[in-house]
Write a protein that binds this ligand. Structure first.
Ligand SMILES: Cc1ncc(COP(=O)(O)O)c(C=O)c1O
Length: 415
């Protein structure tokens, strides 16, 4: 019965699927004896969902038309679009807006932004370059939009694999006259890797080279940008490199309020297009609005109003940022514990810089290892080439023992 293009498509169990098992185990044995590494949301040291207090207060103080009314404008209100630009570009905002054409369309979370990017810029049968360790929704969204994907190697030793990225990009653009590529950076999900400024310079050179052969669309998924250990300014510095690119290179940022403003359930985000060409951005403005109207119509007015209020008042946005900065300190501490304990027991993990996650590369006997960990009441998320450790949701105390438990399970099956 289902449409031909969707036959056989399914999301698999993922984090949401394992959640039920975790709950049942917690109920039976108590929360203290369970390690839940499946979630992509920030939990405080007391293992309660982290909600930024000033975000909560600002949202609650909105007038009811602002939370219950329809959004003003299909692709978001003008005020929301301005707030998104400030949130994305930070201290580089003025320079970027003066030297490029930029427009914004609101989307339901970062997921909606990725969906709009693929749907709006991928012709049937086009190829999207995706990283070898990745958020699996990218694959589903290509699948739902009649797109193919090609995987590029993420690492060359401890560094970003610019060589493989370049080879794959040139191969696709020479063949199809168009290429889409996703770079989830900073704080990549699931490895926590962030490209250095120098690595971004190399990527931008690759985009220039590829543009000699066709249209190049780079989707920069920045869902975790505000958790970069280098700080907000440094995390955004690379964005200046996107200025002055050829007119057939388009940068699309996938922006999300989910993590930065702990607004996961409000489903508010945006797709932000940046180009040297006014024509390209004018076209984006019209088509992004059309895509909103022909899918979710418009997004949560309350979510948008929250961001607007936060950026209208410096005290609010500064307060939110400093509250979040304390969590970044917690994440640093958790990462330090996990890395130290892993080194002590000889547990290998992918290059890590900052953010919510680390990844243990693992292919052989992965299911057996994951099940063995479940016996020890440890729930980790199996991903394509490894297992994901969510330091965002595990307390320091539990992280002290986690590497040893994982290493023992790996050693049991992989001699
Ligand atoms: C890499 C990445 N991008 C984007 C998102 C989008 O999240 P949302 O749709 O909740 O904004 C997520 C959420 O887990 C993510 O991990």
């Amino acid at each position: 019965m289902i449409a031909q293009r969707l036959v056989g498509k399914q999301v698999g169990r993922g984090a949401f699927g394992i959640a039920r098992e975790v709950k049942a185990t917690e109920k039976k044995f108590g929360k203290d004896s369970v390690i839940n590494s499946t979630l992509g949301t920030f939990f405080c040291e007391d293992e309660k969902l982290g909600v930024l207090e000033l975000v909560d207060k600002t949202y609650r103080e909105l007038e009811s038309p602002d939370t219950f009314g329809y959004a003003a404008g299909v692709s978001g209100s003008a005020e929301y679009k301005e707030a998104v630009k400030k949130s994305i570009f930070g201290t580089h905002c003025k320079e970027i807006l003066e030297n490029a054409f930029v427009d914004v369309a609101s989307t339901p979370g970062g997921t909606g932004a990725i969906y709009t990017a693929f749907k709006g810029y991928g012709n049937d049968g086009n190829t999207v370059l995706l990283p070898e360790y990745m958020w699996d929704a990218y694959v589903h969204i290509t699948g739902a939009n009649r797109l193919n994907n090609t995987i590029y190697k993420l690492f060359d030793g401890e560094k970003f694999n610019t060589k493989d990225f370049s080879e794959k990009m040139l191969e696709v653009v020479k063949r199809d006259g168009r290429v889409l590529a996703v770079i989830n950076d900073p704080c990549q999900n699931p490895t926590g890797y962030s490209l250095s400024f120098e690595e971004w310079k190399e990527v931008v050179e690759i985009l220039r080279e590829a543009s000699k052969y066709g249209e190049v669309i780079l989707i920069n998924d920045i869902a975790y940008i505000d958790y970069d250990f280098r700080g907000r300014d440094n995390a955004r510095e690379y964005m200046k490199l996107f200025l002055g690119l050829p007119e057939n290179v388009l940068i699309l940022f996938a922006y999300s309020m989910s993590k930065s403003f702990t607004s996961y359930g409000l489903r508010t985000g945006a797709i932000v297009a940046l180009s040297s060409s006014k024509k390209v951005i004018d076209e984006f403005t019209v088509v992004a609005e059309y895509l909103c109207r022909s899918s979710w119509s418009n997004v949560s007015r309350g979510g948008m109003a929250l961001l607007v209020k936060a950026y209208e008042n410096e005290n609010i946005i500064n307060g939110i940022n400093s509250e979040r900065d304390k969590w970044v300190e917690t994440l640093k501490k958790r990462a330090e514990i996990f890395e130290r304990k892993s080194e002590e027991v000889g547990l290998k993990y992918c290059p890590f810089s900052s953010g919510f996650f680390l990844t243990i590369p693992l292919e052989e006997n992965k299911d057996e290892i994951v099940n063995d960990l479940k016996e020890k009441k440890v729930f980790v998320l199996p991903i394509k080439k490894g297992i994901r450790i969510a330091i965002c949701s595990i307390s320091c105390k539990k992280l002290e023992i986690l590497p040893k438990l994982i290493k023992e399970s790996i050693d049991k099956f992989n001699k």
